[in-house]
Write a protein that binds this ligand. Structure first.
Ligand code: AZC
Length: 812
């Protein structure tokens, strides 16, 4: 099918000349400037638009194919997306990298120079947001009709720098100069209500009329999400809040009350102003709940609009639609769909509930009880009065079901209720998410098991079939091909073709090469060259990386105790045969999370002390890389030798950095936590440095009465490390860290210290034998094929979504 036929659109050319012509057209007609006067920004924008046109072309064919087949759709609802930089990816996915590199010569600039202007949209905090981005990539690559819905925050995750040794935060005005990757559709705006009251509807017991007290507009824009090696281009649709026309008060403005005149519009637009820089620890805030509802209300109306383009009967809705909730953030979509169906479209309660339950599925990303969202009932009552009524009714009917299954078990009913009856009554969003969906999944085997056996045990008793596991994955295009071109080329050469890019299990074909000395030599050379590029430390040192959000459960403090112990050992025996190490930390701490920020401060203080020590500094170096984001990850991951995955077992839901690093040939030192377990099972226990308590032992230890001081008393090196901190030896910084470890040590850091140090000695034994190390590294890559997000998406598609691909025909 050629959509341009009949309307006489010309085809976009594929040669360097044609590409260059289009590039110049973009410059003249869309940037309004000429080659002679083009700034770097003009060159960047013109290139971005030219590449985008190629994808837009495929997008049009995708939309036509999807419309024609009226398929079952996947709608991914996520408050966060960490998409990463777009230009390099879109050049790759549109196959225009080479012609573009030629064409931009017209500007007298290199492609690399231009790429530096491409700012990543940092619309997420960490793993959950990046997972969303990997999944939309893989859905397109697997030809699954899908839309990712999110919020177009004006300010993304804060920019981090280290000032006076501690974390400083600056706003991230990522689209300050515009975003050429985005299409805005002001005509598709949605209207969203907040506050107000509800009124009865004559002749109906169930329907109510909600009269909102505030109206906000949701303006959509979309970014293209191309599949790799296929024609499909899906979209991510992001909503931005706008004040309505009525929100501008002309009479006040005319009276000179300028601030008052726009205050309503400002209040409306604040909804999509900033991404909440929270990670796992939630700060209950009205604006955050407003954001969540704003996302859900706009998206559901859009989903319904799309459904009605091709379908009439509501009974087909759940057949044609699956809405995946990325954590509890979009859970308010459940009562919102009920409200739309019952109040606005007039369906009966039971029919609407049956449709709703079959439409949604929920992915949980945590095990930390404090990360399970709850909202005060009084806040709901004020902000979303109709939704609270609907939640009460859902809860009443649900608790009747529980009561019927477990007669007389009042305690169970209390535990399972969607409304928690503590000092303050709260709505438990995770309970609502389980009750209102067809499937619930965790993100790694252990996580899913612990969800069933601990956090959500009552629900698993009631509905065992609802609970599933879908282990996370990462995009091999972004995290190997784009991030690590040297390794990609070597892999492709070793395997004979690049089919591994869309079928990552093909990496297993590298196994026989693990014993090939010449191949191993080249493997080492790639890693070394990547380290030189990163420029973080001596490329011949062991590059030991811990890159992730800062959180006590992830235990950056344990890594630090290891570094301090090494520092002591080297000082005591400067003539020892030490393995030189560069320890690289990167990651952000939530601005209000003081304990995490104290750890960052201590890392920098210890780093400075070591740096200033002529005896130790030749062997040990700490690098704190500022402002960790997707772009920085793409530079660090290819250069890593050792991957630190040292969370307390039973706390990290999955991890995805662990997968990126293993795929790029870093060897993991880790606990039996999250997906580490599955990585170890695949790469082989001899190619993984294991230490520490397992989840069961950790839970037992906490219950049995844990005394961190006993570990301190017993272990002289541990004592020396903690005493050094407490004595202020590192510029007087870090006493709070030592106090918290000795006082309570929530995440059993001291209990795992000795085992961790032993494992680090094993690391050094392996490192001293380059042949052994390289073999381990190659085998890590060879056996990480399972961790492709293409496999994750295939799992969701088969077991949760029950969707198939729709092939978009090629242009002939
Ligand atoms: C993270 C989990 O901590 C991590 O273990 C998991 O790999 C990832 O989700 C993807 O499933 N959770 C978050 O990032 N959570 C938030 C609120 O950002």
């Amino acid at each position: 099918m050629d959509l341009r036929q009949g309307i006489g659109l010309r085809r976009l050319g594929t040669t360097a000349d044609e590409f260059q012509q289009d590039l110049l057209s973009s410059l003249y007609y869309r940037r309004g400037t000429t080659v002679e006067s083009a700034s770097a920004r003009d060159a960047y924008e013109a290139l971005a638009l030219t590449v985008r046109d190629r994808l837009a072309d495929r997008r049009a064919r995708t939309a036509a194919a999807h419309y024609a087949s009226n398929p079952r759709w996947v709608y991914y609802l996520s408050a966060e997306y960490l998409l990463g930089a777009q230009l390099e990816q879109n050049l790759l996915y549109s196959g225009t990298g080479e012609v573009a590199a030629e064409a931009v010569k017209a500007f007298g600039r290199s492609l690399e120079e231009i790429e530096e202007l491409d700012v990543e949209p940092g619309l997420g905090n960490g793993g959950l947001g990046r997972l969303a981005a990997c999944l939309v990539d893989s859905m397109a690559t697997r030809d699954i009709p899908a839309v990712g819905y999110g919020i177009r925050y004006d300010f993304g995750i804060f920019k981090q720098s280290v000032e006076d040794g501690g974390q400083a935060e600056r706003p991230d005005d990522w689209a300050f100069q515009g975003n050429p990757w985005e299409f805005t559709a002001a005509d598709d705006r949605q209207t969203v209500g907040f506050y107000g009251h509800t009124e009865p509807v004559a002749g109906s017991e169930i329907r109510r009329h909600w009269v909102p007290g505030e109206i906000v507009l949701g303006e959509p824009s979309h970014m293209l999400v191309p599949g790799y090696g296929t024609e499909t281009v899906n979209i991510v649709r992001l909503w931005r809040a706008r004040g309505s026309e009525a929100s501008f008060d002309l009479s006040r403005f005319s009276a000179g009350q300028y601030a008052e005149a726009v205050q309503e519009a400002v209040r409306a637009e604040n909804i999509s102003k900033v991404l909440y820089p929270d990670d796992s620890t939630e700060l209950g805030r009205e604006l955050r709940l407003k954001q969540q509802y704003f996302l859900c209300s706009c998206s559901l109306r859009d989903i319904i609009r799309r459904f009605r383009l091709r379908n009439q009967d509501w009974d087909d809705f759940a057949e044609k639609t699956v809405v995946q909730l990325n954590d509890t953030h979009p859970t308010i979509a459940i009562p919102e769909l009920m409200r739309l169906l019952v109040d606005e479209y007039g369906l009966g309660w039971d029919r609407a509930w049956s449709i709703t339950r079959r439409t949604f599925a929920y992915t949980c990303h945590t095990l930390l009880p404090e990360a399970l969202e709850t909202w005060p009932v009084h806040l709901f009552e004020r902000l979303l009065p109709r939704h609270l009524e609907i939640i009460y009714l859902i809860n009443m009917l649900f608790l009747q079901e529980v009561e019927a299954r477990f007669p007389g078990d009042a305690e169970r009913v209390r535990r399972m209720s969607i409304i928690g009856e503590g000092d303050e009554r709260r709505v438990r969003m995770a309970h609502l998410a389980v009750v209102g969906t067809e499937a619930v999944n965790g993100v790694a085997e252990l996580h899913s098991k612990l969800l069933r056996e601990t956090v959500l045990q009552d629900f698993a008793d009631l509905w065992p079939a609802k609970f599933q596991n879908v282990t996370n994955g990462v995009s091999p295009r972004r995290f190997v091909k784009l991030a690590n071109p040297r390794l990609s080329d070597l892999i492709t050469e070793g395997l004979g073709d690049d089919s591994w890019l869309t079928d990552l299990e093909h990496l297993a074909g590298l196994e026989p090469l693990a014993g090939d000395a010449a191949f191993a030599e080249r493997w080492r050379a790639v890693k070394r060259a990547n380290k030189v590029d990163l420029g973080a430390g001596d490329p011949d040192s062991l590059t030991d990386v811990m890159i992730k959000r800062f959180h006590e459960y992830k235990r950056q403090q344990l890594k630090l105790l290891h570094v301090i112990t090494m520092y002591h050992r080297i000082r005591e025996n400067p003539a020892g045969d030490w393995v030189p190490r560069t320890v690289l930390f990167a990651g952000k701490a939530a601005p209000a999370y003081h304990a995490a920020k104290n750890i960052i401060r201590l890392i920098n203080a210890v780093g400075a002390t070591i740096e200033a020590d002529p005896v130790v500094s030749p062997y040990l170096k700490i690098v704190f890389a500022e402002n960790y984001n997707v772009t920085l990850a793409e530079r660090i991951v290819p250069a890593a030798d050792l991957s630190e995955q040292i969370s307390l077992a039973g706390k990290e839901a999955s991890g995805t950095g662990n997968m990126k690093l293993a795929l790029n040939g870093a060897i993991t030192i880790g606990t039996l936590d999250g997906a580490n377990i599955e990585i170890r099972a695949r790469v082989g226990e001899e190619n993984f440095f294991l230490f520490g308590l397992d989840a069961f032992q950790a839970a037992e230890m906490r219950i049995g009465g844990y005394h961190p001081r006993a570990h301190y008393e017993r272990d002289a090196e541990l004592r020396a490390a903690l005493d050094a901190i407490a004595a202020g030896e590192f510029g007087g910084v870090g006493r709070e860290v030592a106090d918290s470890l000795l006082g309570w040590d929530e995440y059993l850091t001291l209990a795992d210290y000795r085992s961790y140090l032993d494992a680090q000695e094993e690391v050094e034994r392996a490192w001293r034998d380059p042949a052994r190390w390289t073999r381990m590294s190659i085998l890590n890559t060879a056996h990480s094929g399972f961790f492709s997000s293409d496999r994750t998406v295939a799992d969701y598609a088969a077991r949760i979504w029950r969707v198939g691909p729709v092939t978009v025909p090629r242009e002939d």
